[in-house]
Design a protein around this ligand. Structure first.
Ligand SMILES: [Zn+2]
Length: 224
């Protein structure tokens, strides 16, 4: 049997999406699973014949938009909806660009967003290199963990827009969690944080001059 398109929507909030299924019951089950956290009573399924030709999905946003759906632009966050207005109450012109699951209001918005992401990635790599260097200069035997994190404020592609940056590392004897060198905008220079249970081990490691090798058998597994 061919798949047919259904909208599966939660009535009061009007959230949900399009589901392709063989029956209304199947659509409701699948839609509730996908959009309503598996609660079978979450939404109602209604046929949407205009979307049948896009089986098995996804339906292009341009088509959804023509049928009254709305979404947020992945670039600037504006609401993309037919009849949406700008700040001066003029009806907005959209020139939707869809790339994979991302939707942008205009090609220029996507360009801006990609350029910003590139700049943020560049800033992040500079900041991570800087923090890593500080960790290794302070504690030469530290093993830097792969999950560094940098958050740069959206819309601000300049180094001073870094909100949070942290580099994690493990050391001989640590058992409860990776230690961090962490920068928080507003808190001044980066600071080290060692979880409470690991502070004695850290002190012993510091007293030994931050050596790279395991100091005792209790340290096994800490570099995992
Ligand atoms: Zn946009």
């Amino acid at each position: 049997m061919t798949l047919k398109a259904y909208t599966v929507l939660e009535d009061t909030e009007n959230t949900g999406g399009i589901v392709f299924a063989r029956s209304s019951a199947e659509a409701r089950r699948e839609g509730s699973c996908e959009f309503g956290d598996g609660d079978f009573n979450w939404g109602k399924a209604r046929r949407a014949p205009w979307a049948d030709e896009y089986a098995p999905g996804p339906v292009p946003w341009k088509v959804l938009f023509d049928h009254g759906w709305w979404t947020k632009c992945d670039g600037c966050g504006c609401t993309i909806q037919e009849g949406a207005c700008d700040d001066d109450c003029n009806e907005r012109e959209f020139d939707i660009v869809e790339v994979g699951a991302a939707v942008y209001c205009t090609p220029e918005c996507r360009e801006r967003h990609l350029a910003e992401q590139e700049e943020h990635a560049r800033i992040a790599s500079v900041v991570i290199a800087h923090l890593t260097d500080r960790v290794l200069r302070a504690c030469p035997g530290a093993i830097i963990a792969p999950h560094a994190h940098v958050y740069v404020r959206p819309g601000q592609a300049r180094p001073h827009a870094v909100e949070v940056a942290l580099v994690s590392f493990v050391f001989p004897g640590c058992r409860y969690g990776a230690a961090q060198l962490r920068f928080d905008r507003g808190d001044g220079p980066p600071t080290f944080s060692i979880c409470r249970g690991d502070r004695i081990a850290f002190s012993r490691w510091a007293a030994a001059g931050y050596p790279p090798h395991m100091m005792d058998s209790a340290a096994e597994g800490c570099a995992a």
